[in-house]
Design a binder for this molecule. Structure first.
Ligand code: FE
Ligand code: FE
Ligand code: ZN
Length: 275
């Protein structure tokens, strides 16, 4: 058993997202905490948040997987960008407390020429400023495709960040199937091997959520172009093995595939029929 849903628009508020999720057959979903390409955030209405919490309880939803904006780069070579990223991170974590106990996922960042080690240090530094012991949210590092200077395409890099952070108990990992395949982990030919590698390097107890996306490109391409489930290089058979694998049981699975509502509805139904 897994939870399944897709990325939804926040434009009509929290409760509307819950209603949309139900309409699509979902029992979890993702949303951007703020404008993904800018960074501005809407005011949160506490009653709207409470209404969503009620809907989720009544319908046995799994945890939500909120997504940080793409503009957040905690390890940019540009100091202003790092500062802006930290401000967004701190503000987002405060906002997440309106929906206590869910997940907040972010891209570790792009080191933009500084090197992976410096990137990792700066990400840890930012997390140490943002994470507090009374936080109810678990902050997830997303596994990346390794496009450009992205940090987090190797499990070792994710592990180094997790280990470096003071409040490491507040941290987990979101595995993106398109990204790990693009990064060179063979989830099609050797899912067991990749799961074992994740467990050996990071520890499976750190795995909290999955982004379920097919890839337009072959394994190891470092391209990060998502494809509809079954239509890309990962394919239906591999996804059947992934959604039924015991390592992923009980986790929220989020579709970030190039679809409109009908497409998501069909993919959610496919997952339910095969899980
Ligand atoms: Fe992402
Ligand atoms: Fe993703
Ligand atoms: Zn991606």
């Amino acid at each position: 058993m897994i939870y399944i849903g897709n990325h939804l628009s926040t434009s009509d508020g929290f409760l509307k997202m819950g209603e949309k999720a139900l309409e699509l057959g979902a029992d979890t979903f993702a949303f951007f905490t703020r404008n993904p390409r800018g960074g501005s955030a809407k005011e949160i209405k506490p009653d709207d948040a409470k209404a969503l919490i009620r809907l989720m309880e009544e319908n046995n939803f799994g945890k939500l997987v909120a997504h940080a904006p793409y503009t957040m780069n905690l390890c940019s070579a540009t100091e202003d960008t790092r500062k802006f990223g930290l401000e967004m991170l701190c503000d987002d974590l405060k906002r997440m407390e309106y929906l206590p106990g869910n997940y907040y996922n972010f891209h570790p960042g792009s080191h933009t020429g500084q090197g992976v080690e410096t990137g990792i240090e700066q990400i840890i530094e930012a997390l140490d400023k943002a994470l507090e012991s009374d936080l109810s949210t678990t902050v997830l590092l997303e596994t990346m495709a390794g496009k450009g200077s992205e940090v987090g395409s190797r499990f070792e890099e994710i592990k180094a960040i997790l280990d470096g952070v003071k409040h490491t108990e507040k941290m987990g990992v979101c595995l993106d199937t398109c990204h790990v395949y693009d990064a060179g982990y063979d989830i099609v030919g050797d899912l067991e091997g990749v799961v074992a590698e994740f467990d050996r390097v990071i520890g499976l107890e750190r795995l909290k959520a999955v982004h379920i996306n097919d890839s337009m490109n072959p394994m190891g391409s470092h391209k990060d172009r998502h494809q509809k489930i079954g239509q890309g290089s990962i394919g239906y058979e591999a996804f059947k093995r992934i959604i039924t694998h015991p390592a992923f049981a009980g986790k929220p699975f989020i579709l970030e595939t190039p679809n409109e509502d009908d497409g998501y509805k069909a993919e959610i139904a496919w997952v339910r029929a095969n899980m």
